[in-house]
Write a protein that binds this ligand. Structure first.
Ligand SMILES: [Zn+2]
Ligand SMILES: [Zn+2]
Length: 772
């Protein structure tokens, strides 16, 4: 079935195009069942049977048994492998046996929490009283939840702002707390993950005050090193269950690269590929015509709508009954709307759905005939989760990955092993980041005074230094029994655990006063400077005024024929070198840097790429203290590689862009989480240098991860550039959408030579070093 579907899709490819880069057959896997453990109460077994669970799979019982016996556990298995049952068994058993026990469930999104709460409610186990407690819970209900609910479903934001600072009101809940469930824990990465890690330490400290020592049960997508990641996140040693015993149908995975379109040209005359969204709409059209239930994952909400629209349009020419069977799905739907749509896709009323990543988390859609993934979803874990929506036991399914025009996607379709044979990346967090520790420790001290002993859980010496700094600044006060929070006001509200970097800038339409959206303060100068064209859900606005003091960008509706792109001067200063290795003319460094950026002007450009003019801007400089990895190489090595003085800046710049594009394959970051600077002569190193730095104050662990994976990372970067068939650089290899220099100068071939020189020099001077 699956191979047949692929043949049908290939038959629809326009003449002369050869987009298929690789096909892989993934074999079928059959289920392994276990008996119900004797400790599962018979009422619960009956309830599960009523909801369709006749027998558990072995991995569910293995994880549940660990938790039952008091071991912290992480279950890291694929989509639709029944991870919920693995925590429902120990939690519901404990709550049934001890009518006073309580449990806490945490999910990164409200939608997932709502789904999980519904499934526990459906089981209807006597006296459990599950309830949600989040920003939407009405005030009168909150009192009831605190007093009576025995299984509380919430999210990290509410735990941080609502529950922990008011722990005294939750005293009876905490006193009886036996289990903490952390669902979809691979979603906690970067700055957000670092905050959540410290939040969980705060939770354990508060529980301990009331005499509770809950067992942690974490659920994760398949990731590498799940036990280590879960232990780092929760702060307690976790055992991992990874053997997935759920059944799975055979799947055909196709890697697809949209063709270059000879008639179009983009920035600086670069060739343009057909967009991943347009290609996806075309593939979905062919699949729907075949009657295959198809789910397409598209990066943006607008993209999902356009994909559905264009598939509908194409289908209307085939059969007038088909367009109605295609829909778009996105975050922001009401729960009833989501369920109605899921149901129609499950029963085949709907054949094609284009979705944003909203569907990725936990929603009950599986067993489809085909999944199309348009653009790399950021992590391999997400890719496999999306791909996991396809395939029922005994029935084949098709998965198509369509590359977007960026270097990472290019690399993946040309190096299938990196996508299909590699263990999923470990989650990167850095709970020792002082910029995360300081506000978290302030919150912790407000909840309960900090003692020497409890600092150990927050990172020992680093935490102690941060607490001493907070004391010096008058935020905390040292007393004989510990460090105390002294202000009347709680610090919690001003701590943004999602890590968007301080107060958001609100984008407001001046006429109506309507708030259109928010922008990260760090990105405000590049995205909502005066004169910037700002797009919001497909409508175009122009910025009149940006005021960082009040956090407001005022805009008016206007649809000019041009777009704007900022010109930015970025300087980087080395503050400290923590690690350095030298290899005959190449050095590799890790350390702290200050990145100073200054948006000096913007260009107005026509869709053809033609630049109308450059408009100067008068904006202040911004400085970011963060962590970076950087390499240098001597002028002699560059000359040996055949690069002239004139070519060197473009070669380094192109190597920097592509390296930033490839890093998400090695660290669980987004290319927007990191930045770079390259220069033919850096004052601090005295040599040609390429820097890649974390985009968050203090870093989120990405530069450290890049340093640890330097060789495979730069190797993949070189291979990605070499694989792109464009003549002199395009968005699929060395152009970057966030370049503050208008993607100039760039030297594609020079970048390959720079990277090859760095890699060869390291390999020959110290054959065993750093190959991680
Ligand atoms: Zn290219
Ligand atoms: Zn650039």
């Amino acid at each position: 079935m699956s191979r047949l579907l692929l043949d049908r899709v290939l038959a629809g490819v326009p003449h002369g195009e050869t987009p298929l880069r690789h096909v892989r057959e993934l074999p079928e896997r059959s289920a392994a069942f276990a008996d119900w453990p004797s400790w599962v109460p018979s009422d619960l077994r009956t309830a599960l049977a009523r909801c369709g669970v006749e027998r558990p799979w072995t991995h569910q019982v293995a994880a549940a048994t660990h938790a039952r016996e008091g071991r912290h556990v992480v279950i890291a298995t694929g989509t639709a492998s029944g991870k919920s049952l693995a925590y429902q068994l120990p939690v519901l058993s404990a709550l049934s046996e001890n009518r006073r026990a309580t449990a806490l469930y945490l999910s990164p999104t409200k939608a997932l929490g709502a789904d999980q709460l519904r499934s526990v409610r459906d089981l209807d186990v006597e006296d459990v009283r599950p309830a949600s407690y989040d920003g939407d819970t009405p005030m009168p209900e909150r009192d009831w939840v605190r007093a009576h609910a025995r299984w509380v479903f919430t999210n990290p934001d509410m735990l941080h702002r609502g529950i922990l600072p008011a722990h005294a009101r939750w005293a009876s809940f905490f006193r009886r707390l036996t289990h903490v469930v952390v669902d979809e824990c691979h979603g906690y990465r970067g700055v957000f993950g670092s905050h959540v890690a410290l939040l969980l330490r705060r939770l354990r400290r508060v529980a301990a005050k009331y005499g509770a020592d809950p067992v942690f049960v974490l659920a994760s997508a398949t990731v590498s090193e799940p036990a280590a990641s879960a232990s780092r996140l929760s702060g307690v040693p976790c055992v991992a269950v990874t053997e997935d015993a759920s059944p799975r149908g055979a799947r055909t995975v196709a890697l697809w690269e949209p063709p270059l379109l000879p008639e179009l040209s983009g920035e600086n005359g670069a060739p343009v590929r057909r967009s991943a969204g347009a290609e996806t709409a075309r593939i979905m059209t062919d699949l729907v015509v075949e009657g295959a239930r198809t789910l397409a994952f598209v990066r943006s909400r607008r993209g999902a709508e356009l994909t559905a629209l264009s598939a509908r349009h194409a289908l209307s020419e085939v059969d007038p009954s088909l367009p109605a069977r295609v829909a778009a799905y996105r975050a922001g739907f009401l729960p009833e709307e989501r369920r109605a749509l899921e149901k129609s896709l499950a029963d085949g009323t709907l054949l094609g759905v284009a979705s944003t990543n909203a569907l990725e988390l936990g929603v009950d859609i599986a067993g489809l005939d085909a999944v199309v993934v348009a653009g790399y979803p950021g992590t391999l874990a997400s890719f496999w989760q999306q791909a996991g929506r396809a395939g029922r036991a005994g029935d084949g399914a098709l998965v198509v990955f369509v590359a977007q025009d960026n270097p990472l996607d290019t690399y993946l379709v040309h190096n299938p092993a990196a996508m299909l044979d590699k263990p999923v990346e470990a989650t990167v967090i850095d709970p020792a980041n002082p910029y995360v520790l300081a506000p978290q420790l302030a919150c912790a001290a407000m909840e309960l005074p900090l003692t020497e002993k409890c600092l150990a859980a927050f990172g020992g010496q680093t935490a102690k230094r941060v607490v001493e700094d907070l004391t010096k600044d008058g935020v905390l006060r040292k007393r004989p029994t510990g460090w105390f929070w002294t202000s009347r006001e709680r610090p919690h509200a001003s701590v943004d655990i999602r890590g968007s970097g301080g107060e958001q800038v609100a984008v407001v339409e001046a006429d109506s006063g309507r708030m259109l959206g928010t922008v990260d303060p760090g990105a405000a100068f590049t995205t909502v400077h005066p004169g910037a064209v700002y797009l919001h859900q497909g409508t175009s606005y122009v910025v009149d005024d940006l005021d960082l003091e009040t956090g407001l960008a005022m805009v008016h509706r206007e649809d000019p024929e041009w777009s704007t792109s900022p010109r930015e001067q970025v300087d980087i200063t080395v503050l400290s070198v923590e690690e350095q290795s030298r290899h005959n003319g190449v050095t590799v460094n890790l350390g702290e840097v200050a990145v100073t950026s200054h948006v000096v002007a913007y260009l107005r450009k026509l869709p053809s790429g033609q630049v109308l003019d450059q408009v100067p801007l008068d904006l202040p400089e911004q400085t970011l203290h963060t962590r970076a990895v950087w390499y240098t190489l001597t002028d002699d090595l560059l000359a040996d590689a055949g690069l002239t003085k004139h070519e060197i800046p473009g070669a380094l710049h192109a190597a920097e862009h592509a390296a930033i594009g490839l890093l998400p394959l090695f660290a669980t970051c987004d290319r927007w989480d990191i930045g770079g600077v390259s220069t033919a002569l850096h004052p601090d190193t005295g040599e040609p240098t390429v820097f890649v730095h974390d985009g968050h104050p203090g870093g989120a662990g990405f530069a450290d991860r890049a340093h640890a994976a330097l060789i495979p990372w730069l190797t993949a970067t070189r291979d990605a550039i070499a694989a792109c068939e464009c003549p002199a650089g395009c968005p699929s290899c060395v152009q970057s959408p966030k370049c503050g220099n208008g993607n100039e100068p760039l030297h594609k071939d020079g970048a390959i030579r720079v990277l090859a020189t760095v890699l060869d020099t390291i390999a020959t001077s110290a054959p065993k070093s750093k190959a991680s």
